[in-house]
Design a protein around this ligand. Structure first.
Ligand code: ADP
Length: 681
């Protein structure tokens, strides 16, 4: 079938060029990243809490489901190695600033940097803007010899400096997701040794989308024949039930810290096949034994320590990866340490890639941190072209440091790359992004189709696919039963996400009432570390407690989220800003129609059924521009009307959504192109 007549005919689509320019409708997956041949991927692929009163759900006929559907630089620290509505409710480097050669590496206490250290090589500016994508693609990927210069310490097998670029055959780890057909080998791409240093990885340490990205990307990279390792803090609240064969591999890792050193132990374990190292410090600072990943006054210090410890570990373990990939401000100090400290120690091989998942958090702190980490030299680092914060002249900014010192910086969608650099969304880092635009680009995140796939999802009662879409309605019934919602013919509008101002909380609140007034049910799953926000939503929950069509679940519940993705009809994402967004990508896979504000990655991945210039079969949701109630209603109203009045159109939209490929296939290729590019610099 065709979409409604109001839908414009196919219009020409502009092709996004490069990062700085936002694609007309987020077409470019990687604005700045080389588009090479992506491998085709066939992803075969309780009682309602708090409800005072409410009719028990009466089984009734299945609701009328819609029928028919882009471098830098050294010195040391060799310390001791050592939810019946109709109930109106009141609404309520610089050119990668070459570190001055006259500044000796880290000749400071606690960071023994050999005075004789040769000056660190300046990072060669990748300059992706100056090199057409094909330029990157065309770079010959010549395997480089790896670390041969240092004596290798005697280590546990996992620590052996792995024939760096050779994929290592390891004993099959425990429960690995269903195997899927491996993509054909990428043409002539040598395998790389890639280390991700990250504060989060799903499911063992998940706070937000960053965790999912690391989980999905690392697997994709490994599937493509690369040797991938991940370094994480050993939090006390890790999901140990997802770590297999956890054991100690490096007992005495001494990490220089202030004038002394902190004794750490490193553990190794498999997380669904991924090779992970967990660093556990033994100190009264108790950095990672606090019951939560973030939310402490000394967060900057905690993750600066982790960054230093991770680098110290790589160094002491004799690992010389081709690529060190770090994430967000928490590990943005890694490239700084690499070029200002460890390169001077001989760690000259690795190239650094930084992915910024959100510019709202940057790790701004005092110069004291320089002393803690052994970088010292405030007069050197407190320079506008290095770590000095763009707003506070006496503060250092870790995220800025990561941008200046990395060989390539990515963010999680081309549109967000544009917004952060040119639309005032960079939280003060716009000038820095301009200076380094040649090595800055956007790659839309993927989602792991082994986890987020209604055909195999173990957390939903009924599997379904694009050719068996009616199975979705069994999940809708299950969702209603679980949340004690009335079984009727209404569509379910849902929201899943952090209750953060970024997510558009005013519009979310308005949408709940608007949806209920327009004959839908509404389900919310979300939480906030901010007690005031949580209390607001608890108040709302109590206000709507008697409604048989509304359920607000305040908390984090991964399992419930799967059932909501599978059971809901419409997913609302009304963000103020959204670097990429995973909820809309997951929703698309589950045939749950996204209604989103067209910003950041949302604009790059959701194409309006009525107004998009995309071909009809690529349109997969509803979008709105203005961050106000009118904007929201313009999109949500159309989605609800389509469900009720054009069920065949709605069903076709669901199929379009499910067919969209947002696996890690394309992003995996994009990141490998970036790695290849910076590796040869
Ligand atoms: P962000 O990274 O800004 O939090 P994303 O949309 O990128 O937002 O990723 C959010 C991820 O976290 C998605 O996988 C979503 O399903 C999950 N999520 C968010 N809040 C919750 C919650 N309360 N319970 C379960 N999963 C959640």
């Amino acid at each position: 079938m065709e979409l409604p007549p109001e839908a414009p005919a196919e219009l020409p689509i502009e092709t996004p060029l490069e990062v700085p320019m936002p694609p007309p409708e987020g077409q470019g997956r990687a604005g700045t990243v080389p588009q090479t041949q992506a491998q085709p991927r066939d992803a075969t692929a309780a009682a309602k809490p708090g409800r005072a009163s409410g009719p028990a759900p009466t089984p009734s006929p299945t609701p009328a489901a819609p029928t028919s559907r882009s471098q830098p630089m050294s010195a040391p620290a060799t310390e001791p190695v050592a939810g019946q509505a109709a109930k109106p409710l009141s609404q309520p480097v610089p050119e990668p600033t070459p570190p001055a050669q006259d500044s000796p590496g880290a000749q400071t206490p606690g960071a023994a940097s050999p005075a004789s250290m040769p000056p660190p090589p300046l990072p060669a500016e990748p300059g992706i803007g100056s090199v057409p994508p094909a330029g990157i693609e065309g770079l010959s990927a010549v395997p480089e010899p790896v670390s041969e210069m240092l004596p290798e310490p005697t280590l546990a097998p996992e620590l052996e400096p792995a024939a760096e670029s050779l994929p290592e055959v390891l004993p099959a780890p425990a429960p690995e997701p269903e195997p899927r057909p491996a993509p054909p080998p990428a043409p002539h791409r040598p395998s790389l040794f890639i280390v991700h240093i990250t504060p989060e990885m799903a499911p063992v340490a998940k706070v937000g989308g960053l965790a999912d990205v690391v989980f999905g990307l690392t697997r994709e990279l490994a599937i493509r024949g690369n040797h991938v390792e991940i370094v994480l803090p050993k939090y006390d609240n890790l999901r140990y039930d997802h770590i297999f064969e956890l054991h100690e591999v490096y007992r005495d890792l001494w990490v220089p810290w202030y004038e002394g050193a902190i004794h750490c132990t490193v553990f190794f374990g498999f997380v669904h096949g991924r090779k992970c190292f967990f660093i556990e410090p033994h100190s009264r600072d108790n950095f990672f034994n606090r019951g939560a990943v973030y939310g402490y006054q000394d967060d900057v210090l905690r993750f600066a320590f982790f960054s230093r410890a991770a680098m110290e570990f790589l160094w002491k373990a004799g690992k010389h990866p081709d690529i060190i990939h770090c994430h967000d401000w928490q590990t943005a100090l890694v490239p700084v340490l690499l070029y200002e400290m460890f390169q001077g120690l001989g760690m000259t091989h690795p190239r650094a890639c930084l992915t910024i998942h959100n510019f709202a958090h940057q790790g701004v702190t005092g110069v004291e941190l320089l002393r803690a980490t052994g970088l010292h030299r405030p007069e050197y680092f407190l320079d506008y072209h290095r770590l000095r914060d763009n707003r506070y002249v006496n503060a250092i900014n870790l995220l800025k440091g990561g941008i200046v010192y990395s060989n390539f910086v990515t963010t999680v969608s081309p549109r967000y790359a544009f917004e952060t650099k040119d639309q005032g969304q960079g939280f003060g880092l716009e000038p820095t992004l301009h200076t380094h635009h040649m090595k800055y680009g956007g790659v839309v995140n993927g989602i792991d189709y082994d986890v987020w796939n209604p055909e195999v999802d173990r957390l939903i009662p009924t599997h379904y696919g694009v050719d068996s879409i009616d199975g979705k309605y069994a999940n809708k019934r299950a969702l209603r039963q679980r949340l004690m919602l009335a079984d009727n013919e209404k569509p379910i509008v849902a929201f899943i996400g952090r209750l953060d101002p970024q997510k558009g909380l005013e519009l979310l609140r308005h949408a709940i009432f608007y949806s209920l007034e327009h004959g839908t049910q509404f389900v919310l799953l979300g939480s906030s570390p901010d007690p005031r926000i949580n209390n607001d939503f608890w108040g709302l929950k109590h206000m709507l407690n008697d409604s048989p069509d509304c359920h607000l679940e305040i908390g984090f519940d991964e399992e419930l989220s799967h059932l909501i993705y599978a059971g809901a009809d419409i997913m609302l994402v009304p963000s103020r800003f959204e670097p990429c967004g995973l909820t809309q990508l997951i929703s698309l896979r589950y045939g749950t129609i996204p209604v989103v504000r067209a910003v950041g990655g949302l604009a790059d991945t959701v194409f309006d059924k009525d107004y998009s210039t995309r071909p009809l079969h690529e349109r997969n949701g509803y979008t709105f521009q203005d961050y106000d109630q009118t904007g929201l209603e313009s999109a949500l109203g159309r989605a609800i009307a389509c469900y009720f009045h054009h069920p065949d159109h709605f069903r076709e939209l669901m199929k379009n959504a499910m067919r969209t490929d947002y696996s890690w296939n394309h992003p995996g290729e994009d990141y490998l192109n970036i790695y290849d590019y910076i590796r040869d610099k």
